[in-house]
Design a protein around this ligand. Structure first.
Ligand SMILES: CCCCCCCCCCCCCCCCCCCCCCCC(=O)SCCNC(=O)CCNC(=O)[C@H](O)C(C)(C)COP(=O)(O)OP(=O)(O)OC[C@H]1O[C@@H](n2cnc3c(N)ncnc32)[C@H](O)[C@@H]1OP(=O)(O)O
Ligand SMILES: NC(=O)C1=CN([C@@H]2O[C@H](COP(=O)(O)OP(=O)(O)OC[C@H]3O[C@@H](n4cnc5c(N)ncnc54)[C@H](OP(=O)(O)O)[C@@H]3O)[C@@H](O)[C@H]2O)C=CC1
Length: 515
C-alpha cells in the first residue's frame, strides 16, 4: 500500500492554479491515487464567458481525466471550485467560502503564477509575490493546515551558475518592492524595471525569486516546502505519455518547427536542455506534501526538480530527435518542410532570420495579396522572432542544480511509493520521451488526427518539389544574369558545357563498343 496515497485519503486540499498545465496534472494524479480524499478546493477565476462550473467540467471532460472517472466516478462532487482572483484583495473570495477554506484545509499546493516572461513588473509582483504573501496569511489562520507547498522555478536564481537547494536573498527586499508598486505609476515602473531586475533575464524569474524570499520570511510556524521545477514538458508516463496543453517552454517551438515556420534558432547545441516531465514534477510535489506534513522538517526545505545533473540531455540531441520525429509523424498543412538548425552567433542569426524567416514570409504575404487574401505571415513571423529572442537566454547557458533534498526524499520513500510516485529521472529515455512529446503536441495541442499522416506526408513531398523547383529557377536566373555580365562566368559556362558534351560522347561511344 502506498503511504503517500493513504496520507491524502480523507484530506481537504487547496490548489491554486488548478486550471493551469501543472495544476491539472496534479489534480488528476491526486484523484487517481487517493480517490477517497475529502475535497479539493480550487481557486478559479471566471474566464472567457465561462462560469466556474463550466471551467471545471471542461477539465473533467478532457482526455487527461479519463482514468480518474473510472477510479473516482464522483470526482465532480469532490472538486469545490471557489471564485477567486489572486490579483484582488483577499482574492475576492466570499466570506462564506473563506470561512470554509480556513476551517477545513489540510494541505495547500500553491501553483498559480504568471509565467509570461514579458509581464509588466506590477502584474508579475502582484501575482508571484503579493498573492503568495496573502496566501501565507490565509494559511496562518488555518488550524488544520499540515503543509504549504509552494511551486517556484529552478530559474528563480538563473543569475547564478551553481544553484543549491536554499533560498537566496534578493538585492531589494520583497516588502519594499511590494510597497513601491502601490504608489509608483506604470511609466516609472517601466523605467526602473531593468535596474530592479538586474541580472535576472525577465520579470518572471525575478518575481519568482522574490516570491521564495516572501515564503521564507513570512512562513512563520507553518510547515513549508518549496519546489523548483526546471522546464516543464509533456507527461512522461502518467496518466499517459505526451500530454501537454499549452505553448510554454519547448511546446510552441515544436509546433513552429513542425509547421516549417521555425528554420533557425540561436542556441548552443551542447548546452543542457533541462526539461522535466510534468508528471515527474507532480509526483515529487505529492511526495513533498506528504513528507512535509508527516516529518515536519525544522526549516523550509527546497527541492530541485531538474534532470541535468542526473540524466543530462542537450539542445543539440533534443533538436535532432524532434526533427527525426517529424519524418515519422509530420504535422498537417505545413508552411515549409521542417528543417531547422542552430545558429551560434549574432551575425549568422541575423542572416538566417532575414533569409529563412522574414523573406519567405514577405514572399508568401505577397502571394496572399495577389490572390486577394489578407497577408498574415509577416505578423506571425515577427511574433515567432520575438518569442525566440525571449527564450534565447535559456538555450545558450547551462546551470548546475544540486539535488540533495530531492535525493534524500527519494531514499525516504517505500519501494511502493518510489514506484507510484516516481520522480527518478535517471530512468527517463530521452529519445522515447521526445518522440512522445512531439506526438502529444500533434494530438493534444494541434488536435490533429493520426489518420491524416499519409496526407501530411504527401503535402511535405509537394513542398519538397516546390522547394527544388524554386531553387532551380532561382539558380538559373542568377546564372543567366551572371553570364550576361561577366566574361569569366561565360568561360566557365562554356567549359562546363563542352566538358559535359565530351563526357556524354565518350560514354555513348564506349557503350556502343561494349555491345
Ligand atoms: C539541429 C537541429 C535543430 C532543430 C531545432 C528544432 C526543434 C525545436 C524544438 C526544440 C527547441 C526548444 C527550445 C525551447 C526553449 C525553452 C526555453 C524555456 C525556458 C523556460 C525557463 C523557465 C521555465 C519556467 O519556470 S515557466 C514556464 C515558461 N514560460 C513560458 O514559456 C512563457 C513564455 N511565453 C511568453 O512569455 C509569451 O507568450 C511570449 C513573450 C513568448 C509571447 O508574448 P506575446 O504577447 O507576443 O504573445 P501571446 O499573447 O502570449 O501569444 C501570441 C501567440 O503566440 C503563441 N505563443 C505563446 N507562447 C508561445 C511560445 N512559447 N512559443 C510559440 N508560440 C507561443 C500564443 O498561443 C498566441 O498564438 P495565437 O495564435 O495568437 O493565439
Ligand atoms: N511551465 C513550466 O515550464 C514551469 C512552471 N513552473 C511553475 O509551476 C507553476 C505552474 O505553472 P504552469 O501550470 O505551467 O502555469 P500556467 O500558466 O499553465 O497556469 C497558471 C495558473 O495560474 C492561474 N492564475 C493566473 N492568474 C490568476 C489570478 N489572477 N487568479 C487566479 N488564478 C490565476 C491560472 O488560471 P487561469 O486558468 O484562470 O488563467 C492557471 O491556473 C507556476 O508557479 C510556475 O511558475 C516552474 C517551472 C517550469
Amino acid at each position: 500500500m502506498s503511504m503517500i496515497a493513504a496520507f491524502y485519503g480523507g484530506k481537504a486540499i487547496l490548489i491554486t492554479g488548478a486550471t493551469g498545465f501543472m495544476g491539472k496534472v496534479l489534480m488528476e494524479k491526486l484523484f487517481r491515487t487517493s480517490p477517497d480524499l475529502k475535497v479539493v478546493y480550487i481557486l478559479v477565476r471566471p474566464k472567457q464567458g465561462q462560469t466556474l462550473q463550466q471551467r471545471v467540467f471542461q477539465i473533467l471532460d478532457s482526455k487527461l481525466f479519463e482514468k480518474v472517472k473510472e477510479v473516482c466516478p464522483n470526482v465532480h462532487e469532490k472538486i469545490r471550485a471557489i471564485s477567486a482572483d489572486l490579483n484582488q484583495n483577499d482574492f475576492a473570495i466570499s466570506k462564506e467560502d473563506m470561512k470554509e477554506l480556513l476551517s477545513h484545509t489540510n494541505i495547500i499546493f500553491h501553483c498559480a503564477a504568471t509565467v509570461r516572461f514579458d509581464d509588466h513588473l506590477r502584474h508579475a509582483v502582484q501575482l508571484n509575490v503579493t498573492a503568495t504573501q496573502q496566501l501565507l496569511l490565509m494559511a496562518s489562520q488555518m488550524p488544520k493546515l499540515e503543509a504549504f507547498i509552494h511551486i517556484s522555478t529552478a530559474f528563480s536564481n538563473c543569475n547564478l551558475k551553481h544553484i543549491d537547494e536554499v533560498v537566496y536573498p534578493c538585492p531589494v527586499e520583497p516588502k519594499k518592492i511590494i510597497d513601491s508598486m502601490e504608489w509608483l505609476d506604470d511609466a516609472i515602473i517601466d523605467e526602473i524595471t531593468p535596474k530592479l531586475i538586474g541580472d535576472w533575464p525577465n520579470t518572471y524569474t525575478y518575481t519568482k525569486a522574490l516570491g521564495e524570499v516572501v515564503v521564507q520570511q513570512e512562513g512563520g510556524n507553518l510547515n513549508i516546502a518549496i519546489i523548483r521545477p526546471s522546464i516543464m514538458g509533456a507527461t512522461w508516463q502518467e496518466p499517459f505519455p505526451g500530454w501537454v496543453d499549452n505553448l510554454n517552454g519547448p511546446s510552441g517551438l515544436i509546433i513552429a518547427a513542425g509547421k516549417g515556420f521555425l528554420r533557425s534558432i540561436r542556441a548552443t547545441p551542447m548546452a543542457v536542455a533541462d526539461l522535466i516531465p510534468a508528471d515527474t514534477v507532480v509526483n515529487l510535489t505529492l511526495a513533498v506534501g506528504w513528507y512535509t506534513a508527516v516529518h515536519r522538517p525544522k526549516s523550509t526545505l527546497v527541492y530541485h526538480c531538474t534532470s541535468g545533473n542526473l540524466n543530462p540531455c542537450n539542445w543539440g540531441k533534443m533538436g535532432l530527435q524532434v526533427l527525426a520525429t517529424f519524418e515519422k509523424i509530420p504535422f498537417e498543412r505545413a508552411f515549409r518542410r521542417p528543417n531547422a538548425d542552430f545558429t551560434t552567433n549574432n551575425i549568422t542569426t541575423h542572416y538566417w532570420n532575414a533569409v529563412s524567416h522574414r523573406a519567405p514570409a514577405i514572399i508568401y504575404d505577397f502571394y496572399l495579396r495577389l490572390t486577394g487574401r489578407k497577408p498574415r505571415m509577416t505578423k506571425l513571423m515577427n511574433r515567432l522572432l520575438r518569442t525566440l529572442s525571449m527564450l534565447e537566454y535559456f538555450v545558450n547557458r547551462s546551470w548546475e542544480w544540486s539535488t540533495y533534498n530531492t535525493e534524500m526524499l527519494m531514499s525516504e520513500l517505500s519501494p511502493e511509493d518510489q514506484r507510484v510516485f516516481n520522480f527518478d529521472v535517471r530512468q527517463l529515455n530521452w529519445l522515447e520521451y521526445i518522440e512522445n512529446y512531439v506526438l502529444g503536441v500533434k494530438k493534444y495541442l494541434l488536435k490533429e488526427d493520426m489518420a491524416g499522416i499519409p496526407e501530411a506526408k504527401q503535402h511535405l513531398k509537394r513542398l519538397r518539389n516546390i522547394h527544388y523547383l524554386f531553387n532551380t529557377a532561382l539558380f538559373l536566373i542568377a546564372w543567366r544574369l551572371l553570364i550576361a555580365r561577366s566574361q569569366v562566368a561565360r568561360n566557365v559556362w562554356f567549359f562546363i558545357v563542352s566538358f559535359c558534351y565530351k563526357f556524354l560522347s565518350y560514354f555513348r561511344a564506349s557503350s556502343t563498343l561494349n555491345v
